[in-house]
Design a protein around this ligand. Structure first.
Ligand SMILES: Nc1ncnc2c1ncn2[C@@H]1O[C@H](COP(=O)(O)OP(=O)(O)O)[C@@H](O)[C@H]1O
Ligand SMILES: [Mg+2]
Length: 272
């Protein structure tokens, strides 16, 4: 689904140059759940902006669904973003004077979806994130966790194939963050490709594959289920053995197992 080849991005402020991305190769298969970690300033958001067609690379190639994106105009890129990608940010980015249902409806208005279909889809999306009963609320009258869930409903209401989340739990306490991550697992189990940027190693470990960025380059790939880490200086492409099996099922299965394990022998234990 995502193929970056030797992608670099440099920012210039005055005579200062920052190499935000430095020869990055990355392939993400459709249906994968990929976690991206790395220290502040390492290039995670820049990577997400390029993957999300919000920004373009200085050099290298990016293919989204096999299409080289450098061939598209600004308008075409905006259409691709709207159709294929759902974005979720640390600061929720909801419009304060609009109700949750109005916020969630916006991307459908941009898509030109007729009004009666919009209502149904907005309701379904709010239902999915557990906010159906809050749909007439404005963002400032609900909790941070609820705001992020509304932002997630807005991201998925267009049924995007790809979900990009930049530190979605960064402003939330860890319990609330866990609930948000559980939502991502349910979307992944339903077939969505997810790229999740996080500072939190515990959250990254819950994804199917972890990519660590250091100084604009991919540092290593860790397979969270085995704990094995492979040195792959700047390479996370097709040669990566963790790519052989799509990771889509892995995370969902792990969550399921965790729940089952706790309920195995409840009867026997309670009699002791
Ligand atoms: N729009 C910008 N203009 C100038 N420098 C930028 C811009 N965006 C990011 N940078 C710089 O690029 C580097 C990578 O930033 P970023 O991708 O935001 O890192 P992260 O998300 O990992 O914290 C940092 O040194 C940052 O200061
Ligand atoms: Mg960032």
């Amino acid at each position: 689904m995502i193929e970056l080849n030797d992608v670099s991005k440099t920012y210039r402020i005055g005579d200062e140059e920052v190499k935000a991305l430095n020869h990055v190769d990355l392939t993400v298969e459709a249906g994968a759940f990929v976690g991206v970690t790395g220290p502040s300033g390492s290039g995670k958001s820049t990577l997400m902006h390029i993957i999300g067609c919000l920004d373009t690379a200085d050099s290298g190639a990016y293919r989204l669904d096999g299409q080289p994106i450098e061939h598209y105009s600004e308008n075409e890129l905006a259409a691709i973003r709207n159709r294929k990608i759902g974005f979720i940010f640390q600061s929720f980015n909801l419009i304060a004077r609009m109700t949750l249902e109005e916020n969630v409806e916006l991307p459908l208005i941009y898509q030109g979806v007729p009004s009666h279909l919009r209502k149904m889809r907005v309701e379904a999306a709010l239902e999915q994130v557990g906010l159906a009963d809050r749909r007439k609320h404005t963002p400032n009258s609900i909790s941070g966790g609820q705001q992020q869930r509304a932002a997630i409903a807005r991201a998925v209401v267009t049924e995007p194939a790809l979900i990009l989340a930049d530190e979605p739990t960064g402003n939330l306490d860890s319990k609330t963050g866990e609930n948000i991550i559980a939502l991502f697992h349910s979307f992944n189990a339903a077939g969505k490709t997810i790229v999740l940027i996080t500072h939190d190693d515990r959250i990254a470990r819950e994804t199917g594959r972890v990519i660590r960025i250091m100084d604009g380059a991919i540092d290593r790939i860790a397979r969270p289920d085995t704990g094995t880490q492979t040195q792959v200086a700047e390479t996370a492409g097709q040669s990566d053995p963790t790519n052989a099996a799509p990771n889509g099922d892995h995370s969902g299965a792990a969550t399921g197992n965790g729940i089952d394990a706790g309920e195995k022998q409840p009867g026997k234990r309670s009699k002791r």
